[in-house]
Design a protein around this ligand. Structure first.
Ligand SMILES: Cc1cc2nc3c(=O)[nH]c(=O)nc-3n(C[C@H](O)[C@H](O)[C@H](O)COP(=O)(O)OP(=O)(O)OC[C@H]3O[C@@H](n4cnc5c(N)ncnc54)[C@H](O)[C@@H]3O)c2cc1C
Length: 307
């Protein structure tokens, strides 16, 4: 069985016995001011957005910090902006806001992933930037973003950069983000309606509500055949895994149920699930194949196909 990287080890406990933190708290109103706070803290500050993941870790003494930089009051980080056939989702956009946005009508996989996250409270506070920056492969939104060839936008005191999500997520809970960088948003293509479609299918363990496995599919069809296929999976590898074997098997083929079924079986080649309380690795491989088939079929129908 693989070992996984644990969350940051405690070097010096900054919470008292009741879990209260004595760290400083900053609430800047610009990206530049937030980046300066991060740089000046020299790695000893934590960005906080919705706090849904970070604050429980702090209260449990699993994350130690000298200061919080709360980014929720930065107007430039909120909402969805359109430019040249692409859309940028600001980092502090919540799951609830993204699900209600027109982008989620056009890219169904995004809306479907947001809709299955926990409950209304978590969806109203948890943010897209928090999900991306934490890099947890069980988070539902990351697989659809990977299937959409998303780019992560980052800002630092010395400038801005964009990184493909594929290379931003470097391992379990590990990303390419530097400590003085802020995730400012993610950019995805806004596919033209008509011949493209997407879907997100997941199965969750009853006890935790978290994905045991999830699969996002995005397709574009031309003359009834697969022109573009992207498949990415939640919770079955160290990062949300791209299912290249499924993609290779289906591109250029007729978008039929038989082709989808055969291609979906190949998802096993690109995933590496572990045995845990949600199920055995063998079970998760079977589940991933079933979810791949379902999400591909739904995406094909939304693209105007009749599998
Ligand atoms: C009860 C419960 C159930 C849940 N169930 C699900 C589920 O079913 N599916 C699912 O996908 N998720 C689930 N989650 C997790 C949820 O998706 C995350 O907690 C949420 O997306 C994190 O966003 P946040 O804004 O709260 O991040 P925070 O908790 O504020 O931050 C998370 C991490 O990202 C960093 N960070 C945040 N924003 C930025 C930024 N802009 N730039 C740089 N770093 C940043 C923080 O420093 C921290 O390390 C659940 C959470 C809870 C509490």
């Amino acid at each position: 069985m693989r070992t996984v990287t644990e969350v940051s080890p405690v070097t010096e406990r900054a919470t008292d016995a009741t879990g209260r933190s004595d760290a400083d708290y900053h609430r800047p109103e610009t990206v530049e001011a937030a980046c300066r706070r991060l740089r000046d803290a020299d790695g000893r500050a934590r960005v906080v957005a919705g706090g849904q993941t970070l604050m429980p870790l702090v209260r449990q003494g699993l994350v130690d910090t000298d200061a919080f930089v709360d980014v929720s009051a930065i107007p430039a980080l909120s909402g969805v902006a359109r430019e040249d056939g692409r859309a940028t989702v600001g980092a502090t956009t919540t799951y609830a806001e993204l699900a209600a946005h027109e982008l989620s009508d056009r890219v169904a996989a995004l809306g479907e992933a947001c809709a299955v996250v926990a409950d209304r409270q978590v969806r109203s506070l948890g943010t897209v930037g928090g999900a991306v920056a934490h890099g947890d492969p069980t988070f539902d939104l990351l697989a659809p973003l990977r299937a959409l060839d998303a780019e992560v936008r980052l800002a630092a005191p010395d400038g801005r950069r964009r990184v493909p999500l594929d290379s931003f997520l470097v391992g379990h809970l590990r990303t390419d983000r530097r400590e003085d960088e802020l995730v400012t948003g993610v950019t995805v293509e806004r596919p033209e309606p008509g011949r493209s479609g997407s879907a997100y299918e997941r199965h969750a363990a009853v006890e935790s509500g978290r994905a045991t496995a999830g699969v996002a599919a995005r397709v574009a069809l031309a003359d009834g055949a697969f022109e573009t296929v992207r498949v990415a999976c939640s919770a079955v590898a160290d990062t949300p895994a791209r299912a290249h074997a499924v993609e290779d098997k289906s591109v250029g083929e007729a978008a039929t149920a038989d082709v989808v079924a055969a291609a979906s079986e190949r998802v096993s080649e690109d995933i590496d699930p572990i045995d845990d309380e949600a199920g055995s690795a063998t079970y998760k491989r079977r589940l991933a194949a079933t979810l791949t088939e379902r999400s591909l079929l739904a995406a094909v129908r939304r693209a105007g196909g009749s599998p």
